[in-house]
Design a protein around this ligand. Structure first.
Ligand code: ADP
Ligand code: MG
Length: 357
């Protein structure tokens, strides 16, 4: 539309990856302009965002764990979908405002959403983004955005498989001809790995660890397959019996064992998805392999474990934490082209449920 073209000169259209852990905003020609934790600090028991709506993202994370009783830091997307719409709206409004930098015309926005969400949830995301300041909102399936961002040939007549291991969810999708042929989403991701580490230390050492420290353990010594040189790490927590702070040394072997259950859930979802795939698409994947992204793809040996489970070659996409955001921005640039494919696809029909403006 002409109006879109004209507005395009004044507004900074943006692609948004609204993740459970972090939100990224990508703008054409500028790249990733915002990358902040999806965290909001509110007055306890209310949805009132502190600092006049500015206690969001990095600022809110600073407050995490150090908040006095009257303040709580919320992750409004904890389980992969928006669990608290009001808070998400405040968060999105802040991010859009910040990324937009006081532009005159309200931006068009593409938001990546998990493919498992319902029509009602889609409409809610659109409404939330509109109220948060978007002129027009489009939704794209997360794995599709990840595939575009990773430069996979998803519009070609050949299958691509994306496994996106995020904080709250893991999505496994097979795409071909610019369409999602199948997508499975489980509510298991990096958060569950952190929780598994917390539970292990509590059970084995009576040591209570906070979430941030558990995440650090995962990143520093966590693994899926045996390491050439196993690692150790000193961690501090609170003794559950004496109540006093205490330090212990843990090994990568025991952490690998602790991570077994969430990892198994992820591997099973991938193998199940392959078993259900159309034979033609499955055959394509022998050559094309599997591409993994999201923070969880960086866990040591994740790629090897997936190869062992499937027999396929597995590749971590370039910059796996930003592929979805980069994909949303490219998607927005090529909206006219995608509209054709959106009209005919089952998933596209839903995607096309854009805002009314
Ligand atoms: P989301 O899309 O849900 O916001 P991300 O793709 O940003 O999630 O991934 C965040 C998750 O990835 C977190 O659980 C984080 O701990 C985990 N993660 C990030 N880097 C690493 C790493 N190097 N090793 C293991 N896990 C990681
Ligand atoms: Mg993500």
């Amino acid at each position: 539309m002409l109006s879109d073209f004209v507005f395009g000169w004044f507004s900074m259209d943006m692609g948004i990856d609204l993740g459970t852990c972090s939100t990224l905003v990508c703008i054409r020609d500028k790249g990733i302009v915002l990358n902040e934790p999806s965290v909001v600090a509110v007055r306890k028991g209310t949805n009132i965002v502190l600092n006049n709506g500015e206690a969001v993202g990095l600022v809110a994370r600073e407050m995490l764990g150090k908040t006095p009783g009257s303040i709580s830091a919320i992750r409004p997307l904890k389980d992969g979908v928006i669990s608290d719409f009001e808070v998400t709206e405040s968060m999105l409004a802040y991010f859009i405002r910040k990324a937009h930098g006081g532009g005159i015309v309200r931006p068009r926005v593409v938001i990546a959403v998990p493919c498992g969400i319902t029509d009602v949830e889609r409409q809610a995301v659109i409404g939330t983004a509109e109220r948060a300041g978007a002129r027009k909102v489009y939704l794209v399936e997360e794995p599709m955005a990840a595939g575009i961002g990773a430069g996979l040939p998803i519009i070609e007549p050949t299958a691509s498989m994306i496994v996106d291991i995020g904080g709250g969810t893991t999505e496994v999708a097979i795409m071909s001809l610019a369409d999602v042929a199948s997508c499975e989403s489980i509510r298991v991701g990096g958060d569950d790995m952190d929780e598994a580490i917390i539970n292990h230390l509590k059970k084995t050492y009576n040591l209570l660890l906070g979430e941030a420290r558990a995440e650090k353990v995962k990143m520093q010594i966590g693994s899926v397959t045996p390491l050439e040189k196993e690692l150790t790490m000193e961690v501090a927590g609170r003794d559950t019996i004496s109540g006093m702070p205490r330090k212990i040394v843990i090994t990568s072997e025991e952490i690998r064992e602790a991570l077994r259950s969430p990892i198994a859930a992820i591997l099973e979802t991938v193998t199940a998805s392959l078993e259900k795939a159309e034979p033609e698409l499955a055959a394509d994947l022998i050559d094309n392999g599997i591409h993994i992204c999201g923070g969880g793809s960086l866990l040591r040996g994740m790629d090897t474990a997936l190869t062992n489970a499937t027999g396929l070659k597995v590749q971590i996409v370039e910059d796996p934490l930003s592929s979805v955001a980069r994909g949303t921005s490219i998607y927005l640039e090529n909206l006219e082209m995608w509209k054709d494919t959106m009209d005919r696809s089952e998933y596209g029909r839903l995607q096309y449920a854009t805002s009314r403006v």
